[in-house]
Design a protein around this ligand. Structure first.
Ligand code: AMP
Ligand code: MG
Length: 652
């Protein structure tokens, strides 16, 4: 919204926010408005020493002030001659030349002319003396006493000579404005004697994180707080794209104090990038502050992007002011999609060239119609090309960003991308490197112990956590080498084997003890076995449980222990062993069921109940692959078995 569009009667800040958020722009419209408010503009330049200019774009054309080489120069070690003297030289007829009384080394200016019938010894790089027009290589000469040489080859004029200005001619445009200075450009500039260059000054960018919950990495985490991820990641991404980044810190959602920080940042910097506090929530104050900074003000608030809808773009008296969404992955996507193009233009850099590859999606990906959706994917190689696995984690997951190879885009109009769709994946790195071993299924920290050997042997392992059933489906489709599974067949009471389809074989992994977790010192559970502990909990209505999701092997065990009871907390059904432990450790529940290593890692009390079998469904057709063989060897190795035991697992 431009300032002219806000009502003169100055509506309350809340009303302004509502009004702005109702206008959701397409990403193209939002970017066009943002760029129109910023460009064209004159980019600030500065003079830098050549040694400090790496990575900067040149602000002006550089014109060569000298010839390179500055004189006619010998390219070989040999003799400076007059080519006419050697016209009759041949294998059978040597021409004898008498030597002039000087030797021209590199950096030595000649003093004697080469007269007919004479030659002057010259080193590579030496300036050609007056009279000479060619150089004969020392290999093609024979000494004839102290003061003469015999030459048995004719020489053409100009042979082994680089003429003055043949490399770079004085007055020639050496490098164009906009060229990014790399080592080769530095070489050219140094060869022409240039010590200082005028480059585009890096835009100075202030980074501000906002939120009462934020704590800087390195500080202890207080209850309900989280580490400030955006501060670090945005700072790094700004440097990667030509900005001079200054992280100012994380600030609470306190309007007056925050406004002061932002206004100071706008005075000292060329651009301000904030994150958090951009939604319509009560505590979200950033966009209200931004709305009353300089002109034209907010140009887009609400963009049809997923993740990233609450993105807010503003320009304050020529300076870009951005509020990125709070969730780190949303912040990163919007940063790369909407901010990088503008930042690079301000830095004088060319647009980013991101590599793309074709890949197929193995599963249906649901999408919300009306917003262009970005989905991070991990790439694996199947028989007929690349497969793009959507990263299964929620919008707040930062690991999905680090582990993904790139992302795909689902059009704003589509409500899904059907399984089997051939699509384009934009890569985060310039090349795809297909992993040597692909593991798709249920993740376990024990897996990290086993795959450590492979990593040390230089084999790359990609592990994609999609749960046991998802892993089995991937194995059946031939998209992975191994699927880690822990599935209890209720009918037979046995693990995993009943789930194997044709073409898959079972490789035994390890056993994980499942049991009841409670806080150490909770007298309600002390000294009891698992059945007795659950019975005790059921007798106390204030004793709150945490369950597991339907389909989890652990859930089957819990239901067995509860025998049809539905105590308070039963509907709290997190999807991981770690979430159960966290709920108990943080007093959000009093007991639940998880595996022993997780209980111990969280410092919780643990009552063992039943062993779960964590095994691998191996795609038989891939058994002989070197990486699969390396994995099987690592699984059997004594050292790894001991390490698994030390971590609380029991190797099978
Ligand atoms: P907000 O837009 O402030 O409502 O934030 C949305 C979500 O992103 C909340 O869960 C915040 O805790 C989280 N968040 C906001 N800023 C950061 C940050 N700098 N680092 C990590 N998470 C954040
Ligand atoms: Mg916030």
């Amino acid at each position: 919204m431009s300032a002219e569009m806000t009502k003169p009667s100055a509506p309350s800040p809340g009303a302004v926010a509502q009004e702005q958020f109702l206008t959701i722009l397409s990403r193209e419209d939002a970017l066009a408005r943002f760029e129109a408010a910023l460009f064209p503009r004159e980019l600030a330049s500065e003079v830098r020493l050549l040694g400090d200019a790496l990575g900067f774009p040149l602000a002006h054309d550089v014109v060569a002030a000298v010839d390179v080489p500055p004189f006619d120069r010998s390219n070989v070690d040999g003799f400076a001659v007059r080519s006419a003297d050697l016209a009759s030289a041949g294998e059978a007829a040597a021409v004898r030349l008498s030597l002039n009384g000087e030797t021209i080394a590199c950096g030595t200016a000649p003093t004697l002319a080469v007269m007919p019938g004479t030659a002057t010894p010259i080193a590579t790089g030496g300036p050609l003396p007056r009279g000479a027009d060619a150089v004969v290589m020392v290999e093609h000469s024979e000494p004839a006493g102290e003061r003469a040489v015999d030459i048995r080859r004719a020489a053409t004029a100009g042979q082994f000579v680089s003429y003055a200005g043949s490399d770079i001619a004085r007055g020639e445009v050496l490098l164009r404005a906009g060229t990014v200075i790399g080592s080769r450009e530095i070489g050219m500039l140094a060869a022409s004697g240039v010590a200082r260059v005028s480059v585009v000054r890096r835009p100075r960018v202030a980074i501000i994180s906002t939120g009462d919950e934020l704590v800087q990495p390195g500080e202890p985490l207080r209850p309900a707080a989280i580490y400030d991820t955006n501060g670090a990641i945005v700072t790094a991404a700004i440097v990667e794209n030509g900005g001079d980044a200054s992280f100012l810190g994380a600030f609470p959602d306190e309007e007056t104090a925050l406004e002061k920080v932002i206004r100071e940042a706008l005075r000292a910097f060329d651009m301000v990038v904030m994150s958090g506090g951009t939604s319509k929530g009560e505590g979200d104050v950033c966009h209200r502050i931004v709305a009353r900074l300089g002109k034209p003000g907010i140009v887009a608030h609400g963009v049809a992007l997923k993740p990233g809808k609450p993105l807010c773009l503003a320009v304050s008296d020529g300076k870009p002011v951005i509020i990125l969404p709070g969730f780190p992955t949303s912040a990163m996507f919007t940063f790369h999609d909407m901010i990088v193009p503008v930042l690079r233009r301000l830095a004088g850099l060319p647009p980013r060239a991101d590599a793309q590859v074709a890949a197929k999606v193995p599963v249906r990906i649901a999408s919300e119609p009306g917003r262009a959706e970005f989905v991070m994917v991990s790439l694996v190689e199947a028989d007929d090309g690349l497969i793009a696995y959507p990263s299964g984690k929620g919008s707040g997951a930062i690991t999905s960003f680090a582990q993904a190879d790139g992302f795909l885009r689902i059009d704003a109009l589509a409500d899904q991308m059907p399984a089997g769709t051939a699509t384009q994946v934009t890569l985060f790195t310039p090349h795809v490197r297909a992993p040597d071993l692909v593991i798709v299924g249920s993740h376990c920290t024990g897996l990290d112990i086993v795959t450590g050997d492979l990593a040390r042997a230089g084999l790359s392992v990609r592990s994609i956590a999609v749960g046991s059933l998802g892993g089995l489906a991937a194995a059946r489709r031939g998209e992975c080498d191994l699927a880690p599974i822990h599935l209890l067949d209720e009918a037979t009471g046995s693990y995993n084997t009943p789930y194997l389809a044709e073409g898959l074989e079972l490789v035994p992994g390890w056993r994980r003890m499942q049991g009841i977790v409670f806080r150490e010192g909770d007298a309600r559970f002390a000294g009891l076995g698992a059945e007795a502990a659950v019975q005790a909990a059921l007798r106390l209505p204030s004793c709150l449980m945490v369950n597991r999701n339907q389909g989890a092997g652990t859930r089957i065990l819990i239901d067995r222990l509860l025998g049809g009871a539905r105590p308070d907390g039963y509907w709290n059904q997190p999807r991981s062993h770690n979430a159960v432990a966290a709920a108990v450790a943080q007093h959000r529940a009093d007991w639940g069921m998880t595996i022993a290593p997780v209980a111990h890692a969280n410092g919780l009390g643990f009552i063992p109940f039943a062993e779960e079998h964590y095994d691998f469904a191996l795609v038989t057709a891939r058994r002989s692959r070197p990486a699969v063989q390396a994995f099987l060897a690592a699984l059997r190795s004594e050292a790894n078995r001991r390490a698994l035991e030390a971590a609380g697992f029991r190797p099978a």
